[in-house]
Write a protein that binds this ligand. Structure first.
Ligand SMILES: O=C(O)CCC(=O)C(=O)O
Ligand SMILES: [Fe+2]
Length: 306
């Protein structure tokens, strides 16, 4: 697949669509070309209804909050008219059993991200409900935090992350369909931001997924409808082997760790962290909140990066 420059027009005008269950090689060939693909019918209409009913029990509560109340640096990226609910695994049995544990999905994930079938770590399981009035989200590559840091922010490097966006409503362009720049994972210059004019909307029926590699530019769309919210769940996986050898949060209790120096609490994973000093506390969160706050660890932060 040739590299392209960001001046080139998109590789395709629309994203390719194929049924969920299409041969792994065909799905991978399309993602290699475009950076993403729509896989139709990943879950049934009945399963969509069940997932929505399970999520509705919490989406209306404080956990399904709008925007980011505590973390202003993330507020713009997360959106002021968008509800986000982390840990959907916990709230929807239908979603976790029919979708996240699905054998075919595990094969697609493993074909993109090294490790073998079922041997990636779940990175996020996060409902995103974009309401009327929301603007376009900043275009981004989901693997952005890893790629530059590891020196693989160029075509052809390892795939660290894969994302799937499972539509729980039909999603039209005016409702804020996810916008993608097909082929942008093949740009030579990953620092080029891309523009909304280069994007195409991923139109989804409820039950379809948009599968994206960690390198393609995309972002949530603007919801310009009067009264129609759009709901999906972003489920992503990462390579599972850059983790500590010792499983600290299971080996040590929070009570033991409470009196440790804050630096050590952070080393042991009792603290949210960031990719590279940017967006402190973006990773390793609970209920969209910094872990150390959830745990009541109030010691002074000495990590220098939140
Ligand atoms: O909400 C959307 O359509 C996009 C979500 C997204 O980009 C993400 O979860 O990384
Ligand atoms: Fe994203």
């Amino acid at each position: 697949m040739p590299q392209t420059t960001h001046a080139d027009s998109p590789a395709t005008d629309t994203l390719a669509r194929m049924p969920f269950g299409t041969a792994v090689a065909d799905v991978m060939a399309t993602i290699a070309r475009d950076g993403g693909v729509v896989l139709t019918g990943a879950v049934t209409r009945e399963q969509v209804a069940a997932i929505n009913a399970e999520l509705d029990l919490v989406m209306g509560t404080a956990d399904g909050r709008f925007g980011m109340t505590e973390d202003n640096y993330l507020a713009k990226f997360m959106g002021a008219h968008t509800k986000r609910l982390q840990h959907c695994i916990k709230y929807s049995r239908t979603y976790r059993e029919a979708f996240v544990a699905n054998d075919t999905l595990a094969e697609y994930v493993a074909a993109l991200v090294d490790g073998g079938i079922g041997r990636q770590s779940l990175f996020s399981s996060h409902a995103i409900e974009i309401h009327p009035g929301e603007q376009c989200q900043e275009l981004h590559r989901d693997g952005r935090g890893f790629l530059a840091r590891l020196g693989i922010d160029r075509p052809g490097g390892a795939e660290i992350l894969v994302n799937t966006l499972l539509a729980l409503t039909d999603i039209t362009e005016d409702m804020g369909a996810t916008r993608v720049i097909p082929g942008s994972h093949r740009w030579e210059d990953y620092t080029a931001p891309g523009s909304q004019e280069q994007t195409v909307p991923a139109l989804l029926d409820a039950g379809d997924i948009l599968m994206l590699n960690g390198r393609v530019l995309h972002g949530g769309g603007a919801n310009v409808t009067a009264n129609r919210a759009r709901r999906l769940i972003a489920t992503s996986w990462v390579m599972n082997f850059i983790v500590p050898e010792e499983a600290w949060p299971f080996a040590l209790s929070i009570d033991e760790v409470r009196d440790y120096p804050p630096r050590l609490q952070a080393f042991l994973g009792f603290h949210s962290f960031s990719y590279r000093g940017e967006h402190p506390g973006f990773l390793w969160r609970v209920d969209n909140r910094p872990l150390e706050k959830v745990l009541g660890l109030t010691g002074r932060d000495t990590t220098g990066q939140g």
